[in-house]
Design a protein around this ligand. Structure first.
Ligand code: URP
Ligand code: ZN
Length: 578
């Protein structure tokens, strides 16, 4: 793995030694009052009344929580998309992340059609490495299927530290895969011990609905919502889980936006399927009523796929499921476009670049809507903002926990301080914020990334390119422990039996009959299996057998009748009806 040279040369300043005193450490499994000592990018000691080593900077954390830095599982920094490029790049986007208490992002490398996955990976590394201010990793998209894709998936797993691959059931003609391609992708991903990620929305239905909206003269952002109703998301979630489980591949549904899809995930988990669900800051913090706003820019600012849902009880419901374990992780899908970029779709909602902000505000929004409402405690907050992500993406316990030996990605969190979110004060490049005006309790007062203070007293102290690419090993226990055992115990069954040695039907044999659609006008001769022969010469007396000239069959009342197939098409060389 390459380590950016800038990081290797980071001098050992006073910040290389930090003692956090008097705070409460909150991990996903328990919390306790403790000091935390950090040196050279690693947590070295966790305990009461630690001695202050020479040269260490001491931070008084009384009344504060000491939590693992947030991990945003879903971002698209500077992504080329829908004819433009996301405005928050790897520099601005990761700076903003740090200001909000997120110390790692997992971004998306999405190859264009036909582009080798490995080439896309190298391109994204080239964009990210010189700019990132915090650690990062990449999900690689399987955005097309063809020669070399399977080999590249394997090479990315074996050589580049990629253990998660993203597929799309939407964005027809751009990223969307068909079901058989999904099955093939899942199979290769599973063989390698990686995780499949899914954008679940039915792209074919969206295309048809979009045409319908336009025919109805609906060209504004409300058309985006109405062309992608909740069922279109829910159906795809269900289908993707079904296909993944046929390939025995663990699955992660990105951006759970609706009650219906959350319930599908929850039910599948109840059935024992290995599937994870990721609601995002947007779906937990706001709703789709904004698409009906008279102000076009405001409505367009919320356009993303799948859309936010207009049922205003959706965010609270998703938070309930996140709190009780039906959903596990949170990301943001941060993919930001300014007003002039959104305006590419001013007369046609289907041309509005999809995407919203979140990377800076996720932690505060979840604290406000999850902890301050009493739905989850601080430990569950840590679980859903960092620990579960670290486990699912196989970075635990390097990330996602305050313990000796872990990376010193640490946040000092004030649980009662408040801040009001606004585009005017946020650190993102984008000129809009979907959480505008929201007052949140829960504020990152100090952010430590790789053992260095990068955010303190409302000021950023970042170095471009200081973030590292974090390679992730295969076979994450969180996803694969059960799967590997199931592979052994659930082998397909083969029955050894005597070979069948009776007669075998042939198209020209005595039993063959000609297919006639129900209700078609036909002479009795046409029902004779022997081409050109009369009914009398048929091996079967059709009048006596109950065979109907109208096409009715003796078993028409049998419920599974409709599943019978004509082995050869009507009018073909020989036809038969079963
Ligand atoms: O609307 C979104 N989310 N845009 C980014 C691309 C994607 O769908 O992930
Ligand atoms: Zn996304």
């Amino acid at each position: 793995m390459t380590t950016p040279s800038k990081f290797r040369n980071v001098p050992k300043t006073a910040q290389a030694r930090i003692l956090i005193k008097g705070g409460k450490v909150v991990n996903a499994d328990h919390s306790f009052y403790s000091d935390v000592y950090i040196e050279d990018g690693t947590i070295r000691q966790v305990g009461k009344d630690l001695i202050t080593p020479g040269g260490a900077k001491v931070i008084d954390a009384k009344g504060m929580l000491i939590i693992p830095g947030g991990i945003d599982t879903h971002t698209h920094m500077q992504m080329p998309f829908m004819g433009t490029v996301a405005v928050d790049d790897f520099y601005q986007g990761t700076k903003a992340a740090l200001a909000g208490g997120t110390t790692m992002i997992i971004d998306h490398c999405l190859p264009s059609k036909g582009e080798p996955l490995m080439d896309a990976y190298e391109k994204w590394r080239g964009w990210a490495d010189p700019k990132v201010c915090c650690d990062y990793s990449l999900h690689v998209g399987v955005t097309w299927w063809g020669d070399g894709v399977a080999e590249d998936i394997t090479a990315l797993c074996q050589e580049k530290g990629i253990n998660s691959f993203k597929m799309f059931m939407a964005y027809k003609g751009i990223f969307m895969l068909k079901d058989d391609e999904l099955y093939k992708s899942y199979s290769v991903i599973k063989e390698n011990g990686a995780l499949a990620l899914m954008h679940a929305e039915n792209g074919d239905v969206i295309e048809e609905n979009t045409k319908k909206m336009k025919e109805l003269g609906i060209s504004g952002p409300e058309g985006h919502l109405q062309s992608r109703p909740e069922d279109v998301e829910k159906e795809a979630v269900n289908r993707s889980i079904c296909i993944a489980s046929q390939a025995q591949c663990p699955l992660y549904i990105t951006k759970v936006m609706s009650k219906g899809s959350a319930e599908v995930i929850s039910k599948a988990r109840g059935e024992g399927k290995v599937v994870f669900g990721e609601p995002i800051a947007a779906s937990l913090g706001t709703d789709g009523t904004h698409y009906f706003c008279k102000n076009w820019r405001h409505a367009a600012g919320h356009v993303m796929g799948p859309p936010l849902r207009p049922d205003p009880t959706t965010p609270g419901y998703l938070m309930d499921l996140l709190a009780n374990g039906d959903l596990q992780v949170t990301g943001t899908d941060n993919c930001t476009f300014n007003a002039d970029q959104k305006a590419l779709g001013k007369d046609d909602f289907s041309q509005i670049p999809n995407g919203v902000n979140g990377v800076e505000d996720r932690m505060s929004v979840i604290w406000e809507k999850g902890v301050m409402t009493g739905k989850m405690d601080a430990s569950r907050f840590v679980a859903v903002t960092s620990t579960n992500a670290a486990k699912i993406f196989n970075m635990y316990p390097r990330k996602g926990v305050i313990q000796v030996g872990a990376d010193a990605d640490v946040v000092i969190w004030d649980p009662v301080a408040t801040r009001v979110i606004s585009k005017d004060t946020h650190h993102q490049a984008v000129d809009f914020n979907i959480f505008e005006g929201m007052e949140c309790h829960g504020v990152a007062v100090v952010t430590i990334s790789q053992g260095r203070i990068v955010w303190e007293d409302g000021q950023l102290h970042v170095t471009q390119g200081a973030g590292r690419f974090i390679p992730r090993p295969l076979h994450a226990p969180e996803a694969y422990n059960k799967i590997l055992i199931r592979d052994k115990v659930n082998q397909p069954i083969k029955i050894e039996r005597e070979p069948y040695d009776g007669p075998i039907w042939t198209p020209d044999g005595p039993q063959a009959q000609k297919y006639v659609p129900k209700g078609a006008q036909s002479s009795p001769e046409e029902f004779n299996g022997q081409r050109g022969a009369s009914s009398k010469s048929s091996g079967r007396d059709l009048h006596k057998s109950g065979f109907s000239l109208s096409g009715r069959q003796h078993d028409d009342t049998v419920p599974h009748r409709s599943t019978h197939k004509a082995l050869a098409p009507p009018g073909g060389k020989s036809s038969i009806m079963f």
